[in-house]
Design a protein around this ligand. Structure first.
Ligand SMILES: [Fe+2]
Ligand SMILES: [Fe+2]
Length: 484
């Protein structure tokens, strides 16, 4: 009887979920419902419909996998229903990733569905609002991952991801006007496999809320990130392209998001891209940079030499373009730096919950969403914290963050995934309208040499990646790796 009741409850929950699936207002899913969905709804899951940001809050980019090369999206909103023909590119598996862009959307409520061959997706809903006030979730190192010893590893890590997204979504609903954007600063997948991105996309939320990813080192372990994403304003600099991933930008309200591929060490390309993005968005008051690699990860002493090199490359970028905030990942533990300029503390944030008109950048690393770092040795000792730039907070727990943008401020609220405890609240206030922070320097004389060396390093890296992809059986164009 108990089993029967449980089965009926699962079926009823499943009906309820599917009735509003695709709508980010869907109820939180139990594990039973999630597993049922995975067992029965393979077509929808393998299509991996995902909403990425468009150029600004009035645009959206959509992508889905399809056996058919031809397809379209049906977009319904205040002006009726519009059929938008999809562009297609052949995937590494020989089928297609179709993509559409919804552009110049007026404020309001919309629905869409994706159609190709005999596939017709669920109907998904989303909202468009034009305001400087919005809320973004910031996470990193989601690591939806295959595991040779666990056939359900992707399904289960995707479930945990959906659970955390649900918690953040509900919290943003309770404390404000809802969740408008999800930022993920790399290592979305552990092996860079299509199955992992499809698993990640099975969450309810990134069908309806733009998912702004930056590429991590794990995302480029194979070639599929390239097909999975449909990102706006990608860098097309000819001497800079890697085979997988590139820089791109988008804006929301008065915030310019600069999304960098920090696997690519070629700083001349990043700098050129940033210059163009900033020039095209002069009216943006805030500049938020997102990239994967941590610069100030004092918790891992053996990574300090890598961090020192990365600081040499990226700190001058933050100084030159006046980034207000850098959202990073890779270390799998949570840190927030002091206000830094030229690699030095210009304002300590110890004991403070806000700064006003800071004369530098705050670098933040969130804890991994699913994979907390455990660096304890056999005796249970944690490694010593490295001597580095001061931190306001340090924890190895899994973390998600809500970033509240209000026009005059950015408030960061950080929560533990497991106990949903608010561990840190910090606000950056700005009184001027000028883009970025005000204390920028011109490029240092050292940088042309650094740029030259890092370009050579990048070519060598890309040739290594080319060989890895060939060894995996992928037919990748050598030239794109060579010119990096
Ligand atoms: Fe990672
Ligand atoms: Fe990483």
């Amino acid at each position: 009887m108990k089993t029967l009741r449980k089965t009926i409850a699962v079926i009823l929950s499943a009906i309820m979920i599917f009735a509003c699936c695709g709508n980010a207002a869907a109820a939180d899913m139990t594990k039973e419902v999630w597993d049922t969905r995975w067992a029965e709804d393979t077509k929808e899951i393998s299509a991996a419909v995902t909403m990425f940001p468009g150029s600004d809050e009035n645009d959206r980019n959509i992508a889905w996998y399809s056996a058919s090369e031809d397809g379209y999206a049906l977009l319904s909103g205040i002006n009726g229903t519009e059929k938008i023909t999809a562009a297609s590119k052949e995937t590494a598996q020989g089928d297609y990733r179709l993509s559409v862009s919804f552009t110049d959307l007026a404020e309001g409520e919309y629905t869409y569905k994706c159609v190709s061959g005999d596939f017709e997706s669920e109907t998904y809903s989303f909202s468009v609002k034009s305001a400087d006030t919005f809320t973004a979730m910031y996470v990193t190192d989601i690591h939806v991952g295959e595991d040779d010893e666990d056939v359900f590893a992707v399904r289960d890590s995707a479930f945990k991801t959906n659970e955390t997204f649900a918690t953040a979504y509900n919290k943003a609903q309770q404390t404000g006007d809802g969740l408008d954007l999800i930022i993920s600063s790399g290592d979305q997948a552990s092996l860079g496999l299509r199955s992992e991105y499809a698993g990640l996309s099975s969450n309810v939320y990134t069908k309806s809320i733009p998912f702004a990813t930056s590429i991590g080192n794990h995302d480029r372990k194979s070639v599929d990130y390239k097909y999975y994403t449909n990102l706006p304003n990608e860098s097309e600099i000819i001497n800079f392209k890697s085979y997988i991933g590139t820089d791109y930008w988008f804006r929301q309200g008065d915030v310019l998001f600069l999304m960098f591929d920090s696997n690519n060490t070629s700083m001349a390309g990043h700098r050129y891209f940033a210059k163009q993005a900033v020039r095209e968005n002069k009216d943006c008051k805030w500049r938020v940079a997102v990239f994967h690699h941590d610069l100030y990860g004092g918790r891992i002493p053996h990574r300090e030499s890598e961090n020192a090199l990365l600081r040499l490359l990226w700190a001058p970028m933050a100084d030159e373009f006046g980034f207000d905030l850098c959202l990073l990942g890779h270390s799998h533990y949570y840190t927030m730096s002091n206000v830094l300029y030229n690699n030095k503390t210009v304002e300590s944030i110890a004991g403070k919950d806000s700064v006003t008109d800071p004369k530098g950048t705050i670098f933040m690393v969130s804890g991994s969403l699913n994979n907390p770092r455990d660096d304890t040795d056999e005796e249970g000792n944690e490694p010593p914290v490295g001597e580095n730039i001061g931190y306001s907070y340090l924890t190895t727990e899994m973390i998600y963050n809500l970033l509240e943008f209000s026009g005059d401020s950015i408030t960061i609220k950080s929560y533990t995934v497991e106990s949903d405890e608010l561990i840190n609240t910090f606000t950056i206030n700005k009184t001027s309208k000028e883009g970025g922070h005000k204390y920028r320097t011109a490029m240092s004389l050292l940088n042309p040499l650094v740029h030259f060396i890092t370009r050579i390093v990048n070519v060598i890296n890309n040739i290594g990646m080319y060989q890895d992809y060939k060894d995996q059986g992928h037919d990748v164009p050598f030239f794109e790796g060579l010119i990096g």
